[in-house]
Write a protein that binds this ligand. Sequence first.
Ligand code: ATP
Ligand code: MG
Length: 413
Amino acid sequence: MKQSFLAAKTNMNAPADADCINAKLLTQAGFIKKEMAGVYSYLPLGFRVLEKIKKIIVEEMDNVGMQQTLMPALTPLENWKKTGRDNVDIAYRPTENTVLGFSHEEIVTPLIKEIMRSYKDFPKCLYQIQTKFRNEARAKSGLLRGREFIMKDAYSFHTSEEDFKQYYDKVAEAYFRVYERCGLESYKIEASGGIMSGEEKISHEYSVVTKAGEDTMVFCKKCGFAQNIEISKKRKGDDCPNCKNSLNEEKCIEVGNIFDLGSKYSDAFGFHFTDTDGKQKPVHMGCYGIGVSRLMGTIVEASHDENGIIWPQTVAPFQLHILSLRENEKAEEITSNLEEDGFEILYDDRNESPGKKFADSDLLGIPLRVVVSKRMLEKGCVELRNRKTGETQEIPTRELQKYISTYFMPIKK
Ligand code: ATP
Ligand code: MG
């Protein structure tokens, strides 16, 4: 895509109200625009990143047998009355008889009840990627705590606690893969509570170390042991209870969580099943959330430098940023050849100074930058720079495709 065409404008000055790095960099680079506290628009660049994150999530959830659905955001109040969550303080109530969904147990349970009646219909797990609304007391930190945000929420239904537990462990592994594929190192923390759970059953939070985080965890880099300091007896420097390594303590952000719901919601909606012995039995439920838009903010918090964002390849809005330094004819030819090979390219064709183009490129954070300049072309070369390592190489133009392929595969093939 030509940068002159892209609906985005970079700004070298941080927005005055940006209270953290993701708000600052994503706004300056033209990925998002704040509409009001906790509410953002996603511009084309930001939307592309979101779609990449969603694709990773969809692949991993489908892989553990979940089925994607889409439930409404505008929901009937009567459903929430059945569970007593009609008056929780985070609920938006646009009209007298409606609630904007802040979680979807109250919708998915009566919905699936119509479909699953016999033990033969079990287990199943439905998920959706959807906009959630929460009247958070303090919306802050850019995409980390919104009042309107994107969540992946999943709900599983089982005939027994044992079956639930087996599934829970499978999802737990899939969660690690999601974060890893997003370029993040995550820790699984034993936790309790949360809006989704509503009771003190087993639950785990997935957390990523970032200074902008609201929580603090003690954790072991060697074996992955982690606890929220609110419930932990361990402190920084103590021995890890598993492997005796010295523990770290850092601020962190919760990027997802998984819960045992027991039969709380199935009971509330009279959702039972007929077992092999012909008897009616309670349905055991689990739920599994990922903060999709929070994940995007977290990636920026975890991966940036003083010049801008450093996107992991897997979620970058484009794979390559090609900069023409007044060599548009040649740069266009290189771009269209690589696009034909299937690479996703942002091509800076703008009539701007080299300095401005370099600064914008660093701010945007696309993994590989290719500079097409007179000086390089005279040598039959272009300059290739890795945004993350800063490593720069002169590459013969005809070998460029081969070099790029050592970094990543074309996306569109
Ligand atoms: P938190 O303790 O951060 O408020 P929560 O316990 O309320 O989170 P859940 O209700 O379980 O979270 O929601 C599932 C996931 O959605 C969370 O793990 C988090 O990643 C994300 N999330 C929750 N609230 C917000 C929010 N206000 N803005 C953005 N993402 C959110
Ligand atoms: Mg919350």
